[in-house]
Design a binder for this molecule. Sequence first.
Ligand SMILES: NC(=O)C1=CN([C@@H]2O[C@H](COP(=O)(O)OP(=O)(O)OC[C@H]3O[C@@H](n4cnc5c(N)ncnc54)[C@H](OP(=O)(O)O)[C@@H]3O)[C@@H](O)[C@H]2O)C=CC1
Ligand SMILES: O=C(O)C(=O)[C@@H](O)[C@H](O)C(=O)CO
Length: 277
Amino acid sequence: MTVPNVDLIDGRAMPQLGFGVFQVPDDGAEQAVTAALENGYRSIDTAAVYQNERGTGRALRASGVPREELFVTTKLWNGDHGRDKALRAFDTSLERLGLDYVDLYLIHWPMPQHGTYLETWRALEELRRDGRARSIGVSNFTVETLRHVLDETDVVPVLNQIELHPYLQQAGLRAFHADHGIRTEAWSPLGQGQGLLDDPALAEIGRAHGRSPAQVALRWSLQLGNVVIPKSVTPSRIAENIDVFGFELTADDMKRIGELDKGTRVGPDPATFDAGA
Ligand SMILES: NC(=O)C1=CN([C@@H]2O[C@H](COP(=O)(O)OP(=O)(O)OC[C@H]3O[C@@H](n4cnc5c(N)ncnc54)[C@H](OP(=O)(O)O)[C@@H]3O)[C@@H](O)[C@H]2O)C=CC1
Ligand SMILES: O=C(O)C(=O)[C@@H](O)[C@H](O)C(=O)CO
């Protein structure tokens, strides 16, 4: 299975579908990432706070996949805002991963209450200049916090990784990203496997295409142009979730899924989230 790349505003590119490892213990991450790589995933999304950068790194290094074919993302946690802490946190992540560089480094949450994310962003600009973070981006930024970065700093984030699935479609933020050349990356694209995958509309559309509700949810997001990073530790689902490039949802399917938006989150609200600072 080969995943197409999408272009990024900094001239680089990344796979449109990757593999997430939130809530996977370190040893489990080694197994899951190994299975993902065997199934054709090349983009892996971890974070310092997931406490599985070591296991992820072990799997990447043991896989035999050439480094230049991999796309590795990790993220700066909330207690590491500010220039010096950010640079140290990055070094620690790189050491845990056992890599010389990451393909993408993200600020995990803006935590606007603390007023430090611009300073942190400028530290990421330094990491990009010295080549150890090939691309830099953000996660859980709102229009307001993104606008601040665009107005006050030099480098446009290549993407904003946000909660996005059929029950939380984020039309306003997606439009803002599109206006500024920022990619939208969808976290919890399966709604964390909770109620969303029991939705009768996703099941019915899936039946028409011979696909599962999870495949329909991923396909919908891909057809909107998003990057998606589904997580699974189940081998059959790891294979199922990457098998989403051989069918196309119709305009009617897309419209029907568009009507499922409830604005409901499975994760925290970025405007108020303050954990770990
Ligand atoms: N930047 C941020 O703040 C955040 C980033 N993320 C990133 O996004 C990734 C994905 O989001 P995540 O929250 O993990 O949730 P997902 O939406 O990817 O859902 C994962 C859940 O769905 C189940 N599942 C996976 N595939 C299928 C399938 N085909 N059929 C039925 N159930 C399935 C999994 O079970 P099982 O594993 O048991 O198979 C798991 O319980 C994370 O792993 C992380 O990398 C996530 C949250 C926040
Ligand atoms: O998974 C992530 O990347 C997150 O930041 C969140 O899950 C967050 O840590 C959270 O949900 C805490 O309750």
